[in-house]
Design a protein around this ligand. Structure first.
Ligand code: NAG
Ligand code: NAG
Ligand code: NAG
Ligand code: NAG
Ligand code: NAG
Length: 411
């Protein structure tokens, strides 16, 4: 009787002390500022999936009441299956510090029942600060090997592959000092963001990897991309629809398809793209320099675009506007519609073109390009003894200062 009584008493005590322990920890943890994934069970080495540990660390950081919580990925290698870090978080700012290397699963098999369009994603997180100097490694070779683009005859080839890093629905966020390599498809997608600063990134994939855009931005406003080196198999930076206030500067691009606005208006939608400034960009061996491409079936506008201080080394289409963009040859007859392209300036371009048409302004007859400014442009052929030319269709505006090849723009 007595024994039993003290036994129960001890159990009772135990429960009480456990309970006290728990609330103590919770209290402690809500104000904790650093959340190291190793403390949440992450195992480095690259063979164990760590998505559970990362999510636990994220949930702790995200619900922390500290002012500036930081999730830390230490200087080791971590395999991560597809994962979404959801917001909103408690703090105004939340840091995601990548010191080590995040590895995507090597085989597309890991996506079997999951969305093949994504690997790492942040959704609805405001004040997100992703910082390096670590690496996000998409290990895309497995996807490239089965891509329909390069293996159209392969049974079961795929055209959708994971974007390495998606930042969706964010405000006042940043990506800094990270290295993003070998994504299966686009490296970084910014969508639905207002205010994001992307700085000091290196994005790197082979020039022949399929659709590996560097940074794709859509449905976003107030975006800065600065001091970034991008070499990949598609556009270094591509800009989609519903865009305003984008500043891109100090970007080195190549290999790749250049800096691209579009393609836009493919489904006959009303395009809204304005206020884009691209400056201090050097392009090396790319298939385009700066490009705007729209489908004839589209409506709406692309307006207020400046490209300035652009250096080009052996670029295929240094300056190109293609308002007749169409991938289905033979099925691209002239339409009475078009996306109006206006107030676009090309200022201070210098370098070489690897094709004969260095300036190509190919606009629509029904909705011509207007307010085009060409100023201080000096482009030569990359091939010795060859000349370059300009080609214009339905392009209106003015040329100013030295423009070589001589401009064909209509006043
Ligand atoms: C990217 O992938 C290619 C092909 O698999 C590989 O040769 C290259 O070393 C990888 N790049 C980096 C930086 O790891
Ligand atoms: C971009 O970087 C350059 C060179 O480091 C710097 O002078 C400039 O202020 C930066 N611009 C923005 C918008 O951050
Ligand atoms: C302009 O676009 C039309 C229609 O797509 C195409 O046939 C033509 O070759 C283009 N011209 C140049 C110089 O690219
Ligand atoms: C290039 O232009 C120059 C000057 O107009 C001319 O003398 C020369 O023959 C042209 N070269 C070629 C290959 O067309
Ligand atoms: C509930 C919870 O996450 N508790 C953790 C609080 O932090 C300490 C160390 O700082 C951990 O040991 C607890 O597991």
């Amino acid at each position: 009787m007595q024994l039993q009584g003290s036994y129960f008493f001890l159990v009772f005590l135990g429960i009480v002390s456990v309970t006290i322990d728990c609330s103590d920890h919770e209290h402690e943890n809500t104000t904790m500022t650093t959340f190291n994934v190793l403390d949440y069970g992450a195992v480095s080495g690259g063979t164990t999936d760590n998505s559970r540990a990362f999510l636990e660390a994220w949930n702790a950081a995200c619900s922390s009441e500290a002012e500036n919580p930081t999730l830390i990925i230490p200087r080791r290698r971590f395999l991560l299956n597809p994962i979404i870090f959801n917001g909103p978080c408690n703090a105004q700012n939340i840091n995601f510090l990548i010191l080590g290397r995040l590895l995507a699963p090597k085989s597309p098999e890991a996506w079997k029942e999951l969305d093949p369009g994504q690997w790492l994603a942040f959704h609805g997180v405001n004040g997100l600060k992703v910082a390096g100097p670590g690496t996000i490694d998409g290990r895309g070779q497995g996807w490239w090997d089965q891509s329909c683009k390069y293996h159209p005859k392969l049974v079961g080839c795929t055209s959708r592959a994971p974007t390495a890093l998606k930042v969706l629905s964010c405000k006042k966020s940043s990506l800094r000092d990270i290295h993003v390599i070998n994504s299966s498809q686009a490296h970084i997608l910014i969508e639905g963001c207002d205010g994001i600063h992307i700085e000091n990134l290196i994005i790197e994939a082979p020039g022949n990897s399929p659709n590996t855009d560097g940074i794709h931005i859509q449905a976003s406003h107030n975006v800065i991309i600065n001091n970034t080196i991008i070499g990949s198999g598609d556009d270094c930076v591509s800009i989609g629809d519903h865009i305003s206030n984008i500043a891109i500067s100090y970007v080195k691009c190549g290999p790749g398809h250049g800096i691209s606005i579009g393609s836009l208006g493919k489904s006959g939608n009303f395009v809204q793209v304005e206020n884009i400034h691209v400056s201090k960009v050097s392009l090396q061996g790319t298939t385009n320099g700066v490009r705007i491409k729209t489908w004839q079936v589209g409506k709406g506008y692309v307006r207020g675009v400046t490209f300035e201080d652009i250096f080009l080394d052996s670029v295929k289409n240094p300056i190109i506007i293609d308002q007749n963009y169409c991938k289905v040859s033979g099925a691209c007859e002239e339409l009475p519609t078009g996306v109006h392209i206006s107030d676009v300036s090309f200022n201070n371009f210098y370098g070489t073109s690897s094709t004969n048409v260095a300036i190509n302004l190919n606009c629509s007859r029904s909705v011509p390009c207007t307010g085009i400014l060409l100023k201080s442009i000096y482009l030569r052929s990359a091939k010795l003894g060859q000349n370059v030319t300009s080609s214009c269709r339905n392009a209106y505006g003015i040329a100013f200062g030295v423009v070589q090849p001589s401009p064909c723009i209509q006043i």
